[in-house]
Ligand binder design. Structure first.
Ligand code: COA
Length: 158
């Protein structure tokens, strides 16, 4: 019998003790990774965080969300390289969506690099639409790169 890989993944709230494991994934995933202080500050100021864990309770992915005045913003979403392509990020986006709705957010938003094909496929599949471009938002090896601002409505328009 085969089991869907993502069913073996658990999702729970991020704790301060998760930061070293989160940082290890962050550093192999981004050209310009966040440092430890940024993660700790996010938790300290009350942003919501989640981790995805495997059967051994090891952290294999994480997400951070801020919610303010009706808008929820995905600050970070990342899956360990060897677990990618198994819809782990989708589970993390589901957790953020539930929280955002509970906090009465009307939209869920995020920035993504135009060059980030995997992330763009994921967000398209989950119904995010491009609403704006933020010029020169990200650092890059050949100068700054724009960000695409994507959004998904969480409540139906009347
Ligand atoms: C973007 C990211 C979070 C997606 O996580 P994931 O759990 O692999 O998501 P999915 O399984 O839904 O796969 C998304 C897309 O990745 C691609 N993909 C599939 N297998 C893959 C693999 N083994 N390795 C890399 N990418 C793969 C596919 O194009 C897939 O889209 P498809 O299912 O429509 O074919 C993950 O690639 C990641 O952590 N990237 C580095 C950090 C990052 O860019 N975060 C997003 C910032 S906005």
């Amino acid at each position: 019998m085969s089991v869907e890989p993502q069913l073996l993944i658990g999702i729970r709230g991020m704790r301060a003790g998760d930061v070293p494991a989160v940082l290890a994934i962050e550093e192999v995933s981004y050209g310009y990774p966040w440092n430890e202080r940024i993660f700790r500050d996010c938790l300290r100021v009350g942003y919501r965080g989640w981790v995805a864990t495997d059967l051994d309770e090891a952290v294999v992915g994480y997400a951070l969300l801020s919610v303010a005045v009706g808008e929820a913003h995905i600050l970070n979403l990342c899956v360990a390289p060897d677990l990618r392509g198994q819809r782990v990020a989708e589970r993390l986006v589901e957790a953020m969506t539930r929280q955002a709705r509970a906090d009465n957010a009307e939209v869920l938003m995020l920035e993504v690099r135009p060059s980030n094909k995997s992330a763009r496929r994921l967000y398209k599949r989950l119904g995010f639409k491009r609403i704006a471009t933020r010029p020169g938002y990200y650092p890059g090896p050949e100068g700054r790169e724009d960000a695409l601002l994507l959004s998904r409505r969480l409540v139906d328009l009347a």
